[in-house]
Design a protein around this ligand. Structure first.
Ligand code: NAP
Length: 339
């Protein structure tokens, strides 16, 4: 499946929250193309399933390695704010004690004294470090646990580090740890507010229960869908990197509005509200082609079509597609690097 195909398939599964700032589990509903999200997912080659997001009832402890980073703290804060997990069930370890203490003060999560404490207490380890640090961290995890990882899930969010590599890192000194229950995820930063997208690929030794548990947990943070590993590069393009592209568009539109005379804060509010409203309209009218939604705003001879023509002449769509393709290509090349 090409990148566009992957975009199209994943875009049929949209979880919408009625209001930003609301509790997703209270308001969440799903939009499919004349079918449930699960049916929609099943109909798509390569995308195997999706989960609804009932309130999480796990009493398990979640351990975050790299919990103070952008992605680690987004997941922690998202899980706490959506009430998916109690702060007392979240532990974080890392190198910088000051940052860990700040995270703990802000969220109520616990600072693990060290990696050994984290590994001893948590039944799920979230690996939220940069790809280049995965090898050293997983080596330490295998050494600390003596390779006895059968009672734990290891969930990596590292871009471009393949499952086989994660399993190999774990098993290098401790061959038995090669059989750890690894899952690889590609979330985007919007998990922070329960509006994220996460692609999930189970490793070779993760059970069906591990997959369902992970989908349920991350489903609290937006859409969480199981995809084949080769599609995670497309998830990077469509979701992982996409918030940055959207922010760039919003920034440009805000500048343009300021140029036309609106005060910056007003311009920003209008742009943010318009983006949010447009996203919700596209989600609610999921059966309607996006081009048709656009046409509803473009009156013949009017203002919008004048602007749309400039976007076309400037190669807007071509630029967006090239940017997404570049993100996916970079993810693939990281994968090759870490193979
Ligand atoms: N940012 C995104 O939008 C995004 C999206 C999808 C996936 N990801 C993935 O998420 C991962 C983290 O990215 P990020 O943007 O969150 O990076 P980041 O902000 O730099 O965070 C990295 C975290 O790892 C910790 N860390 C580094 N080396 C460590 C070690 N040896 N032991 C324990 N902790 C260590 C850092 O702690 P110190 O500060 O104390 O060193 C920090 O908490 C990456 O693999 C990335 O591919 C990110």
């Amino acid at each position: 499946m090409g990148l566009q195909g992957a975009f199209a398939s994943i875009s049929t599964l949209v979880s919408v929250n009625a209001a930003f700032g609301g509790k997703p589990q209270d308001y969440a509903y799903r939009v499919g193309v004349g079918q449930s999200a699960t049916q929609g997912a099943a109909a798509v080659a390569g995308v195997r399933a999706t989960a609804s997001a009932p309130r999480q009832t796990t009493n398990e402890k979640l351990g975050f390695i790299g919990g103070t980073g952008n992605m680690g703290s987004a997941i922690i804060r998202g899980l706490i704010e959506t009430q998916a997990v109690s702060p007392s069930d979240i532990l974080s370890s890392g190198r910088d004690r000051e940052k860990l203490d700040r995270l703990s003060a802000e969220t109520g999560c616990t600072v693990a004294a060290d990696l050994a404490t984290l590994c001893a207490e948590a039944s799920t380890l979230f690996l939220c470090v940069k790809p280049a640090q995965c090898e050293a961290v997983l080596d330490s995890v295998a050494a600390i646990t003596g390779g006895a990882l059968e009672t734990k899930r290891v969930i990596s969010v590292a871009a471009g580090v393949p499952i086989a590599t994660l399993e190999r890192y774990l098993g290098r000194q401790r061959p038995e740890a090669r059989h750890a229950r690894v899952l690889r995820c590609m979330p985007n930063i919007l998990v922070r507010f329960g509006h994220g997208v996460t692609g999930i690929t189970p490793g070779n030794f993760a059970s069906a229960e591990d997959v369902a548990w992970t989908e349920r947990l991350l489903g609290h943070l937006g859409v969480a869908t199981v995809v084949d590993e080769h599609l995670l590069d497309a998830v990077v393009a469509a979701a992982g990197s996409a918030p940055a592209f959207v922010f760039m568009f919003m920034e440009a539109l805000t500048d343009a509005a300021v140029r036309e005379g609106l005060p910056r804060q007003v311009a920003r509010t209008f742009v943010v509200q318009t983006m949010s409203g447009a996203a919700q309209m596209a989600a609610r009218e999921a059966k309607t082609h996006l081009g048709e939604l656009r046409n509803r705003v473009e009156s013949p001879g009017g203002t919008t079509i004048a602007g749309s023509c400039v976007l076309e002449e400037s190669g807007f769509r071509r630029a967006v597609m090239a940017a997404a393709a570049a993100a996916a290509a970079r993810s693939r090349s990281l994968g090759t690097h870490y193979t």
